[in-house]
Design a protein around this ligand. Structure first.
Ligand SMILES: NC(=O)c1ccc[n+]([C@@H]2O[C@H](COP(=O)([O-])OP(=O)(O)OC[C@H]3O[C@@H](n4cnc5c(N)ncnc54)[C@H](OP(=O)(O)O)[C@@H]3O)[C@@H](O)[C@H]2O)c1
Length: 291
């Protein structure tokens, strides 16, 4: 069966992308396993990889995931030119007292530096899609977006996205970037539905909505009761409930993309089957009870 393909701006790619974070931060698998997870996803038809400058797990390893993806693509036997790689600039990690945390730097000059480093690590002249990773409270949003625009104008990025953005921030980004802005990557899952306003707003504007931690993530304990309705439908359909979660998100509109993460091939290969599931209106109504 062929994978579901949708448009981000003028480019088509698979609606289900592999989220690379778990392959490079704390609790990551060995490099060999990480490469095989990426290869197995690509072999199964995934053409959308999501990474970030900040996916690494200790000082000195910056851009670990971008370099991992480059290595995986270089050793993959399939058609590299079909693979859409998105990355993000603006986050970095702190390891004070050995405790890893996430920090932001949205200064335009920092974003320009990060963006160029990302292109270098990925081994490309121009990045397919470069997101501004997260608003920096110390920097006015329009100034950060001007930094992203400079990267677009210089040809470092073919298209720009924003992540962790509100409706107001989407409007600011559009006013500066115009058609160069093609995607909003926000958190969305049964345990995190606060972004539904941006799901609707991006649909209205014709922007892609790319869901991060679409299954609820692996880093924090979850309220499992939010998955009960998904589990009931999964039993009836004889699939894992994660496929129902992803199918529910994809059913929110033609502009929807999901980025399930995986530490092993089995989970991404299972998740990729979600685009073959068409939920009935009755099932969607039941699932929307979590909203
Ligand atoms: N823009 C942002 O600020 C931002 C923030 C966070 C994440 N992200 C993006 O979102 C991606 C995904 O996020 P995430 O990894 O936190 O969350 P996630 O995709 O919601 O959850 C990943 C977890 O779900 C499990 N899983 C995945 N597919 C499964 C399946 N079919 N059946 C059973 N278990 C399954 C994985 O298991 P295994 O561990 O067993 O493989 C992993 O533990 C990241 O890689 C990153 O690209 C972006």
């Amino acid at each position: 069966m062929s994978a579901l393909v949708r448009s981000i701006g003028s480019v088509s790619t698979t609606a289900i992308g592999l989220g690379g974070m778990g392959l490079s931060i704390e609790k990551r698998p060995s490099r060999d396993i990480a490469i095989s997870v990426i290869h197995d996803a690509l072999d199964a038809g995934c053409r959308h990889l999501d990474t970030a400058w900040a996916y690494y797990m200790s000082g000195g390893q910056e851009q670990h995931n971008e370099m991992l993806i480059r290595e995986a693509l270089e050793s993959w036997k399939g058609p590299r030119e079909e693979v859409f790689v998105a990355t993000k600039a603006g986050h970095f990690r702190n390891f004070t007292d050995g405790v890893p945390t996430w920090d932001v730097n949205g200064a335009p000059e920092a974003l320009i530096r990060y963006g160029k480093q990302s292109a270098q690590a990925l081994g490309v002249d121009a990045i397919d899609l470069l997101y501004f990773h997260r608003p920096d409270p110390k920097v006015p949003y329009n100034e950060s977006i001007e930094g992203m625009k400079a990267l677009y104008d210089e040809g470092v990025a073919k298209k720009i996205g924003i992540s962790n953005a509100s409706i107001e921030q989407i409007d600011i980004a559009r006013s500066i970037l115009g058609d160069a802005l093609v995607a909003v990557q926000n958190q969305l899952s049964p345990i995190y539905t606060q972004s539904l306003d941006t799901v609707e707003y991006t649909k209205k504007l014709g922007l892609a909505f790319v869901s991060w931690s679409p299954l609820g993530g692996f880093r924090k304990p979850k309220d499992e009761t939010k998955y009960d309705a998904f589990k009931r439908i999964a039993v009836m359909r004889e699939v894992g409930y994660q496929q129902i979660v992803l199918a529910w998100e994809l059913a929110m509109g033609e502009h929807m993309f999901v980025l399930p993460g995986a530490h092993r091939s089995q989970t991404i290969l299972d998740s990729m089957k979600a685009d073959q599931i068409t939920l009935t209106e009755q099932e969607i109504t039941q699932l929307n009870e979590v909203l």
